[in-house]
Design a protein around this ligand. Structure first.
Ligand code: BDP
Length: 597
């Protein structure tokens, strides 16, 4: 699904702002009649944002079930002969959308764009009423999975009451709402619908292959130009499918996000029908032996697992926080990140392209394990969730396939990979992903006892999460390095593929200090990272280090979480802990006193 970009033939109308909002009854009910007339007794709610921390009530924060959003907008009468697509950047996790009382779209999955053609459904001489119902329910058919549990409180005076709660097995708060912008994409009736590109390098030539889908009359023609950053067309081609050859191309590289625009023009005779400009980067990605090559050069991943997470807005798109995060990544000397544990906004992916950050793009398959049960082998994970997993991989790849920043797909984070059933499941997801994109390496993130894993040898490279000195052997820094080394050797002996450490770290409360280092202090976080670094620096098949986490983030409440997960190297407000300086020195050579740059 192409990102909405204005051009001389296209307009993008942003419907962000304050909408009317109302919670439905808790549970799985949906008061569909609410779509028929304007909602009453509403409260204001910003879009995009999560509603949880904005509602000033426990009922709002912890709501389980449907919530309603509504707003009016006007359609320009000049749009009567245009193609109008209503596009929702993401609604978490289920959405139903009504326009003027009619159901026009439904979507399952909280991190992907979707929408509907509303060309014939708009009113041009009065307000259009748009209603969006959002459900945050997770179960064993969704990704991530979860369970709605009725909890009974019984009181000494004999009273009792039941609360519905959402349980889930992943470690970030189940924020819900309209998280990304809602837009009207106004384009000509004959228009470009999809563009798929791949790039290759051959000696000193760059090759950009493209395939375009358009809704257009049979005599319409497509012409394509590749335009460099100075505005010069460096290659041209005709037709819906073809290849553009660029002599001596300027490559997209880590740290230097050079972008060309692939300018696609749809025309009929002399008449220009539509223009779409797609930013693309020319680069190659390849695994050779123990090396991850970008443009033929070995690449070592330095960076973080992140989250879309911030005060008040939760998971709502925020350009200010996103640009700040990229500036912090640059400051600390990171070159990459993983979209742990779900696809991030298209706006983040665009920034990564522009700023030259390398991304491991992850699906929302997280928390597919449970301490108390077997999830694959006892049939909790079955065909329905597998089919949904196929669907989200397809949606993700269709959305992100043109981003040069994406160098690998991660199909899941931390499944119950020790169970027998994990292997056939992950094998099918891997196969489907490979069918969808054969140009990028595919990985999966593993945890747990390295000797018991059933599936990691399937993947092109392995991602590992381990917390030796934290969850395993808490407080015992002396075991971190030997245990990690032993684990990595076991994994490598079994798979013979390179390893990225995708999670290591310690909860740290900014401002807590202790020497000798003690858990939760800034010193302990630094000491633990250093123990891990000793091992990475020793083993040549380790091709990257992603610290968990970039910043502190919100989780559900629990006795192991102090107002959220505190493994951030930055606080939730994006201020550095001591570990940020340690990493900056490791990754850039700059010391604490060197403030600028
Ligand atoms: C890992 C998970 C991550 C958690 C982290 C932690 O992948 O989502 O936040 O543990 O416990 O296992 O901090």
């Amino acid at each position: 699904m192409l990102y909405p970009r204005p051009s001389e033939t296209r307009q993008v109308v942003d419907l962000s702002g304050i909408w009317s909002f109302k919670l439905d009854q808790p549970g799985e009910t949906l008061s569909e009649q609410w779509a028929r007339q304007p909602l009453d007794e509403t409260e204001p709610m910003p879009v995009p944002a999560s509603y949880n921390d904005i509602c000033q009530t426990i009922a709002g924060r912890d709501h389980v079930g449907w919530a309603w959003y509504e707003r009016e907008f006007y359609a320009d009468p000049a749009w009567a002969d245009r193609h109008i697509f209503l596009r929702l950047g993401s609604v978490t996790h289920h959405a139903k959308v009504w326009l003027n009382g009619k159901l026009i779209a439904e979507h399952k999955g909280g991190y992907m764009p979707f929408g509907a053609d509303v060309s014939e459904k708009l009113i041009h001489d009065g307000p259009n009423r748009l209603a969006v119902a959002v459900s945050n329910i997770l179960d064993w058919t969704t990704l991530p999975p979860g369970e709605v549990v009725a909890r009974k409180n019984s009181y000494p005076d004999g009273r009792s009451e039941t609360h519905l709660t959402q349980s889930y097995f992943h470690d970030f708060f189940n924020y819900a709402g309209i998280h990304r912008p809602v837009r009207l994409v106004v384009s000509p009736k004959s228009h470009i619908q999809e563009i798929a590109t791949t790039t290759e390098l051959e000696a000193d030539k760059g090759l950009v292959r493209y395939e375009i889908e358009a809704e257009a009359p049979s005599d319409a023609k497509l012409s394509v130009a590749l335009v460099d950053a100075a505005g010069n067309a460096v290659a041209r081609s005709e037709g819906a499918k073809g290849a553009l050859e660029v002599a001596d191309p300027q490559l997209w590289q880590p740290g230097e996000g050079y972008l060309y625009q692939l300018e696609a023009r749809l025309s009929s005779g002399e008449k220009l029908l539509d223009v779409y400009r797609l930013p693309i980067g020319i680069r190659s990605v390849e695994l050779r032996g123990n090396e991850f090559l970008i443009n033929g050069k070995p690449f070592y991943f330095r960076g973080f697992g992140k989250h879309e997470d911030m005060d008040v807005k939760g998971k709502g798109l925020d350009d200010a926080i996103n640009v700040k995060d990229f500036n912090l990544l640059k400051w600390i000397g990171a070159n990459s990140f993983r979209t742990s544990h779900y696809p991030y906004s298209e706006e983040i992916m665009n920034l990564a392209d522009e700023m030259g950050f390398v991304v491991i793009d992850e699906s929302p398959a997280v928390g597919m394990w449970d301490k108390a049960r077997e999830v694959f082998d006892d049939g909790l994970i079955g065909d329905e969730i597998l089919q949904h997993h196929f669907d989200v991989m397809e949606e993700l790849i269709r959305r992100d396939r043109n981003h040069p920043c994406v160098v690998a797909w991660s199909v899941a984070n931390e499944t119950a990979s020790w169970e027998k059933g994990a292997r056939p499941y992950l094998e099918k997801v891997l196969q489907r992903t490979r069918e969808l994109d054969s140009t990028r390496p595919i990985t999966c993130v593993f945890h747990g006892n390295p000797k018991k894993c059933q599936a990691r040898d399937l993947f092109d490279f392995v991602c590992l999460n381990h917390y030796y000195g934290w969850y395993e052997h808490p407080g015992r820094l002396e075991v971190s390095a030997p245990m990690l080394e032993n684990c990595m050797k076991t994994v490598y002996d079994n798979c013979q593929v390179p390893i990225v450490m995708t999670e290591y770290g310690a909860d740290t409360i900014a401002g807590f200090h202790a020497d000798p280092p003690e858990m939760f202090s800034e010193e302990y976080q630094c000491a633990m990272l250093e123990e891990f670094h000793k091992v990475f620096d020793k083993l040549d098949y380790v091709i990257g280090e992603h610290v968990w986490n970039f910043a502190d983030f919100r989780t559900k409440q629990g006795i192991t979480r102090v107002m959220g997960n505190r493994k951030g190297v930055f606080t939730r407000q994006r201020q550095p802990k001591q570990a940020a300086h340690l990493l900056r020195e490791r990754w850039t050579g700059k010391k604490l006193g060197e403030w600028s740059g």
